[in-house]
Design a binder for this molecule. Structure first.
Ligand code: SAM
Length: 302
């Protein structure tokens, strides 16, 4: 989302000071249409994540949050990158196994190695529905993608699965009578226990055809053999507490419980740093990744 000079205008400085000047009133009014729904004075997880990944779609408040998180946990950038590497691995795995419909929930801002780019290297006919709750992530994704029949970007909340699944960007692109890969990477920790994440996952399971896949990466401080890592992750996570998306860390056991009704594909639940082939002994980074298949719902629950 750039103006004709290639400037990122959502985050172009507008106030008097070292970085810029107050724009004339009519320009302020023109911009207000863009700014109103987006409060860039509040740090936002999507945009802080973009900063950690080296992106430019972020404001001062987002950068402050990202730096505070990195100060508490210097591995934060590596964790963000490892999540993306795991996501790319999972996409190749799914599309390589014939699943050409993908639904990324909490997709974030566009970055190199996006799901559709990776999927198309395996099968150029693959379709990808991106969903995010954050308006800036959605606006930039739409702007970057331009027009393609195979990719949609929808602003929706994954905690309301029925509404999200029936939104045109999802329902018109994906055929839920055929297998779909649902990708929940780096977002489940923004779903608190009071949101009933197990129930949310059950709703997704019930919507999916046999042969579908659920890919999950969940932030965790459950590393008894690495107490300093665990402490740093807890400290970093505490900085999200005052944002609109506080983080919920989950232990490995809690993730297993959450995935009741889903069958783990080998090698099971691994730290995201270890998902790449040959990296089984890499130092953990603080997020568990799993690739799962829906088990049929028990008869009494149908
Ligand atoms: C840490 S980023 C992860 C981005 C990407 N999946 C990745 O792994 O690089 C988390 C994203 O989830 C989005 N998000 C948080 N809560 C959400 C919700 N309830 N529904 C949809 N998206 C959500 C945020 O806006 C943000 O873009």
């Amino acid at each position: 989302m750039s103006d004709h000079n290639g400037t990122n205008f959502l985050f172009r400085p507008t106030r008097t000071g070292a970085h810029g000047t107050i724009p004339p009133a009519n320009e302020r009014d023109r911009r207000r249409r863009w700014w109103d729904p987006i409060d860039i004075d509040q740090p936002n997880a999507a945009r802080a994540h973009d900063f950690l990944l080296g992106g430019s779609h972020n404001g001062d408040a987002d950068r402050r949050l990202a730096r505070t998180v990195s100060d508490a946990y210097p591995g934060a950038v590596s964790l963000a990158r490892a999540n993306r590497a795991f996501l790319r691995h999972a996409v190749r795995h799914c599309v390589g196994n014939g699943i050409t419909q993908l639904l990324e929930l909490g997709a974030g801002l566009p970055t190199a190695g996006s799901v559709h780019e990776v999927a198309w290297t395996e099968d150029p006919s693959a379709r990808v529905a991106y969903v995010d709750v954050e308006p800036v992530a959605v606006a930039y994704s739409r702007d970057l993608l331009g027009h393609t029949d195979q990719v949609t970007v929808t602003q929706a909340d994954l905690r309301h699965p029925r509404a999200m699944l029936s939104s045109p960007g999802v329902a018109d692109l994906l055929d839920f009578t055929r297998p779909v890969a649902v990708l929940l990477v780096g977002v489940l920790h923004f779903v608190s226990d009071s949101d009933q994440p197990a129930q949310i996952l059950r709703t997704y399971r019930d919507a999916l055809a046999p042969g579908s896949v659920l890919v999950v990466a969940q932030s965790s401080a459950d590393y008894p053999e690495h107490p300093r890592l665990a402490e740093a992750i807890r400290a970093a996570n505490s900085h999200y507490a005052s944002t609109r998306t506080p983080g919920t860390l989950r232990s490995r056991a809690e993730l297993i419980e959450l995935l009741d009704g889903w069958e783990l594909e080998p090698p099971g639940i691994l730290d995201v740093a270890r998902w790449e082939r040959g990296r089984m002994h890499a130092d953990p980074l603080g997020g568990y990744g799993a690739i799962t298949r829906p088990l049929p719902a028990p008869v009494w629950a149908r």
